[in-house]
Design a binder for this molecule. Sequence first.
Ligand code: HEM
Length: 108
Amino acid sequence: MVERFYAGVETDPVLRPLYPDDLTESVRNTAGFLAQYWGGGTEQYSDERGHPRLRMRHGHVAIDTAGRDRWVHHMTEAVHAEHLAPELEAKLLAYFEMGATAMVNHDG
Ligand code: HEM
């Protein structure tokens, strides 16, 4: 799912410039964080990266509502492609919508 999301980021003219050239670590960190957040152990994220502090970690990235919308769009496509049970899919989508909105730190 995370790989599919970043494949969307890679082609997105709004989001691509926000990310590092090499997305390898972005894929790893995002997948590890999500595994931890949804009940996996800390070995996939916090043992290496420390406390998530996601808003702080996004502080150097200018995230406006247009960027948020693009982000949610690609994540929604990636979630749909998993063909999950409807209640699980709904939970993930609600989380990503809420989380992405919380990451907005820039007008526009
Ligand atoms: C629920 C919403 C979100 C989650 C769970 C999330 C999660 C993450 C995680 C775990 C990382 C890696 C942090 C690290 O360990 O360094 C990351 C990096 C990043 N995120 Fe997000 N993110 C969210 C929303 C957004 C949005 C809305 C944007 C932009 C529109 C965004 C842009 C970025 C960028 C550009 C990086 C890479 C920063 C860097 O490597 O310097 N994120 N995100």
